[in-house]
Design a protein around this ligand. Structure first.
Ligand code: AMP
Ligand code: MG
Length: 190
């Protein structure tokens, strides 16, 4: 039997980590993206076909001990990372961010990109085809919005790798999205 004739549809799943502190940023610092975790999900085969961590060098903040404990990233890990502008370009060039549908767990990642682009005068790298997987999961299961780790436990999926590592978070979110697609709960237009 021949395969149905529809194109392979790829979804970028993005999870960022940013400089952070236990409370407010120290005077003069702002929270900035230091890792862009990406996992590409094939929506037809439900395979996770690519994973990547893009390290981004902060310019108006420092990686605190609190941030290292949360994300596993040290100041040395990100010092030689790409500039935020270069990272946005990599998303467009290598991952078709400006046309491809994308998803994140919650709206934090999208909002942080918007904030940081407008603060630095850069073009926002993503298409408007964004899905909030946390919201889709909650609606599909008639539940309040769950954190990623809670949702994995609810779905009976393992938390692979390290929570709060952007690349591992994106990988795990992709498994949750794959489950939603399989159940026919993923929004078709995205
Ligand atoms: P996550 O994707 O859950 O790893 O979180 C993304 C980013 O949100 C982190 O890199 C931090 O900048 C911030 N964040 C998450 N949890 C906390 C927390 N408990 N306290 C302060 N910032 C946090
Ligand atoms: Mg994360």
């Amino acid at each position: 039997m021949t395969q149905p004739d529809f194109p392979t549809e790829l979804l970028n799943i993005i999870d960022i980590e940013a400089t952070c502190w236990a409370a407010q940023p120290p005077p003069g610092q702002v929270s900035e993206i230091i890792e862009i975790g990406l996992c590409v999900l094939n929506l037809r085969t439900l395979e996770r076909v690519e994973r990547r961590s893009i390290r981004v060098r902060p310019e108006r903040s420092e990686v605190s001990i609190f941030c290292t404990e949360l994300t596993g990233l040290t100041a040395a890990d990100v010092r030689n990372g790409l500039s935020f502008a270069e990272a946005c370009e990599v998303l467009r060039r290598d991952h078709h961010a400006d046309s491809r549908a994308w998803a994140s767990w919650g709206d934090y990642d999208r909002n942080q990109f918007r904030r940081q682009c407008s603060a630095t005068g850069l073009r926002y790298p993503f298409s408007a085809r964004h899905s909030n997987a946390k919201q889709v999961y909650a609606a599909a299961h008639h539940l309040p919005r769950l954190g990623m780790a809670q949702a994995l436990a609810h779905a009976g999926l393992p938390l692979e790798g390290r929570h709060h590592c952007g690349e591992d978070d994106a990988w795990n979110i992709a498994a949750l999205v794959a489950g939603l697609v399989k159940a026919g709960q993923w929004p078709a237009a995205s």
